[in-house]
Design a protein around this ligand. Structure first.
Ligand SMILES: NC(=O)c1ccc[n+]([C@@H]2O[C@H](COP(=O)([O-])OP(=O)(O)OC[C@H]3O[C@@H](n4cnc5c(N)ncnc54)[C@H](O)[C@@H]3O)[C@@H](O)[C@H]2O)c1
Length: 297
């Protein structure tokens, strides 16, 4: 039986690990060839490391293990020229582009020493990086003439009211966290905007909003404490975080795995969702039904 991504070529940012790698592997399993890019170097203001070139090579190995081709590239989503060059290399080898996963993101909490410009650093990657990804990809989708699907990765932070101004420590997280939330919120309107403009060309644009997902981002320094402000930073453990994260959700589950998000993104990437565009879909373990006015309210 043909896979759900047979004949497609998927461009995935932040593909070196985590959710981006899960998208690459699942979509390859379903028949897609993959153009996988990652920054492969650290970002000064971000307190946890980014994926490495070895991580990206491992993604390629896993895609090839699924029997598909994978072109990897080192590119920073903040640099549209780097994205365009990596994409051109991939298309030259794999053929016309059909799918885009604008997934790369950072959550620069800088708990010990927050700086006002952390806000900008988050926005540069989490908002401008997505716009750059779409801007680099759309000319190729239009040139191919067969429509296409763009899936943007948001966050429950996009849906929680007053995330950027609340004094609740679970949702404020300093300038870096506020820049993250503001970026993700802004992406909802951007998705609706681009969905309208691209619809006449048959190109769909949708955004997904994962809750806590068991990746480097979630397990980076600071996140556990955001959820457990009652504990000292040095003593808070993943088990402490687990309790608070279960309470954050309606379903009795502490967090998602990357493969869970990949299933939703696969649906939106595939023709199974061909009548859907401009949608904003939580995959949030019931977080938003439990806390429609924000955590604890
Ligand atoms: N993990 C969570 O709890 C969670 C929850 C909601 C949303 N998200 C979103 O999911 C997406 C994927 O994150 P993840 O959870 O897999 O975390 P992750 O840190 O494991 O993966 C992020 C990837 O993006 C790459 N990246 C970061 N900045 C980049 C840049 N400037 N250019 C190119 N690549 C860059 C990193 O190297 C890394 O490989 C992000 O957009 C994130 O905001 C994560």
């Amino acid at each position: 039986m043909a896979g759900r991504m047979q004949g497609k070529v998927s461009f995935i940012t932040g593909a070196g690990r985590g959710q981006g790698r899960a998208h690459a592997v699942l979509q390859a399993r379903e028949g897609a060839d993959i153009i996988a890019i990652d920054i492969c170097e650290d970002i000064d203001s971000n307190p946890y490391p980014m994926a490495s070139w070895d991580d990206l090579a491992e993604t390629r190995r896993l895609v090839e293990q699924e029997g598909r081709r994978c072109v990897v590239g080192k590119a920073d989503v903040r640099d549209r020229g780097q994205l365009a060059a990596a994409l051109a290399d991939g298309i030259a080898e794999l053929g016309p582009l059909t799918n885009v996963m604008a997934n790369a993101g950072i959550l620069p909490l800088a708990m010990g020493d927050p700086q006002p410009m952390d806000f900008h650093d988050a926005v540069d990657v989490d908002l401008i990086g997505v716009l750059n990804t779409v801007a680099a990809a759309v000319p190729h989708l239009l040139a191919a003439g067969g429509g296409g699907s763009i899936v943007i990765t948001g966050s429950t932070a996009a849906l929680i009211p007053n995330t950027t101004s609340s004094t609740d420590p679970r949702v404020i997280m300093g300038p870096g966290g506020a820049g993250y939330s503001w970026s993700k919120q802004t992406l909802v309107g951007y998705t609706r905007e681009m969905a309208q403009h691209l619809a006449p060309s048959g190109i769909r644009v949708n955004i997904v909003h994962p809750t806590n997902c068991n990746t480097h981002l979630m397990n980076a320094e600071g996140i556990y404490q955001v959820f457990r402000p009652d504990l000292e930073a040095e003593e808070v453990t993943k088990d402490d975080f687990r309790l608070a994260s279960v309470a954050y959700h309606a379903l009795p589950t502490p967090w998602l795995e990357s493969e869970d998000v990949a299933e939703l993104v696969l649906f939106l990437a595939s023709d199974a969702s061909k009548h859907m565009t401009g949608t904003s879909i939580p995959i949030d373990l019931g977080c938003m039904v439990k806390w429609p006015n924000g955590p604890g309210q």
